[in-house]
Design a protein around this ligand. Structure first.
Ligand SMILES: [Zn+2]
Ligand SMILES: [Zn+2]
Length: 390
């Protein structure tokens, strides 16, 4: 009954390279991916998907492809946004928009997923539903939540989700996935200390904040070393101190800003609790008031152990079993993919980008040699998880 037919993979790879260069030359910032989303949607329609929905969570796109009678659904996700970086590559397809650049390879991720859509639409080989999820605004950790808030799970339900991110320094054609937390949570905090400023020669007549700031910076470093259990890891970094003082004016107010990375939600909650205690305690010691604002920007990506095995087996079947590896060291970067994993299990895996500049560097470029590998991995995990016997 099926019209499914084999694609010419060399031709697909050539096409994908053209798409990638087109996307690379036209980068768009988070929630402004109008051109990219239109490009994605038109390709998905051209491939003959059953449904293509645009404008999900702003500029998100969801394509749906069904085969057979299976009632399970697998989602594959790519991110579409670029960064505010001035490109410095001299590539023939370098960014046409000065100050905007695909420096994290999301052009490659989008292309790999488009390639997988073309491949699965042409060849089938699965029983059930595939959702192709193209999300906006990954870089600021807002796009996934926007799609979820727009009813992603209700309108386009799926049972599990997979995502790929390129990894600079890993040979092209290799893949790694880790079990459990593989990226960190990122929390941003701001502590405001308030007292009474005054003349630098007469500290006794006010309640200046600077000495308290010094004490607070040191005390905040005891959260990880003295408050967390020794087997838990986290990073508390104070990155900015802004006061209303000048050389001969003692400040009456200070804002202390920083960033926290952790791997378990309970640790993030504990850090916030201790931070508030330390800020209030320090303020009291120096006769000041303290306020804490604590925002959770990213949650950790937590990969499902059983599905990591599935991903490694699927990737091994197309890349070669010697090219896939279980990774054991979590990174302290953050990824918006984590928000989908709060709803369904899944895996976020890293795919080799060869000897490229590191991500977020003005010389970074996605390696086109990885495009077809990525499309094949997406297709393989889909076919494995939506096999007829499941
Ligand atoms: Zn990035
Ligand atoms: Zn990225």
């Amino acid at each position: 009954m099926s019209n499914d037919s084999k694609l010419d993979y060399l031709e697909l790879e050539r096409e994908m390279t053209t798409w990638r260069h087109e996307l690379h030359a036209n980068p768009e910032f988070g929630f402004e991916e109008h051109r990219t989303a239109a490009f994605v949607a038109s390709k998905l329609r051209e491939f003959g998907l059953d449904e293509v929905a645009e404008g999900i969570g702003g500029t998100g796109v969801v394509g749906t492809l069904k085969r057979g009678t299976g009632n399970r659904a697998v989602a594959l996700r790519a991110d579409m946004d670029a960064l505010r970086i001035l490109e410095d590559t001299n590539l023939s397809y370098q960014s046409k928009k000065p100050g905007l650049m695909h420096a994290c390879g999301h052009d490659g991720h989008t292309t790999m997923l488009l390639g997988a859509a073309k491949l699965l639409a042409a060849e089938g080989g699965f029983d059930g539903t595939v959702r192709f999820v193209f999300q906006p605004a990954e870089e600021w950790g807002k796009g996934a939540l926007a799609m979820l808030a727009d009813g992603l799970m209700e309108r386009f339900p799926f049972d599990e989700i997979y995502g790929l991110h390129n990894a600079a320094g890993m040979p092209v054609g290799q893949l790694q996935a880790g079990i459990g937390a593989v990226t960190s949570a990122e929390d941003n905090f701001e502590i405001t200390l308030k007292g009474v400023g005054g003349h630098s020669s007469r500290p006794q007549s006010g309640r200046e904040v600077m000495v308290a700031v010094g004490s607070l910076i040191c005390s905040l470093q005891t959260i990880v070393s003295r408050r967390l259990r020794p087997n838990e890891t986290a990073v508390v970094s104070i990155t900015e101190v802004i006061t209303d003082g000048t050389r001969n004016v003692l400040p009456g107010q200070a804002r202390i800003l920083g960033d926290v990375r952790s791997f378990v939600p309970e640790v993030s909650l504990e850090i916030e609790k201790h931070m508030l205690e330390i800020a209030k305690g320090t303020a009291q010691t120096y006769g000041l008031s303290a306020e804490l604002s604590y925002l959770r920007e990213f949650v950790p990506v937590v990969n499902d152990a059983a599905l990591v095995d599935e991903m490694l087996a699927a990737a091994g079947s197309v890349l070669g079993t010697d090219k896939v590896q279980l990774s054991t060291v979590p990174g302290t970067g953050s990824e918006d993919f984590a928000r989908f994993l709060e709803h369904v299990p899944g895996v976020f895996a890293r795919i080799g980008n060869g000897d490229s500049a590191s991500a977020h560097n003005p010389k970074f470029d996605f390696d086109d040699g990885g495009l077809l590998h990525g499309a094949n991995v997406h297709a393989a995990i889909t076919r494995r998880r939506l096999a007829a016997q499941l």
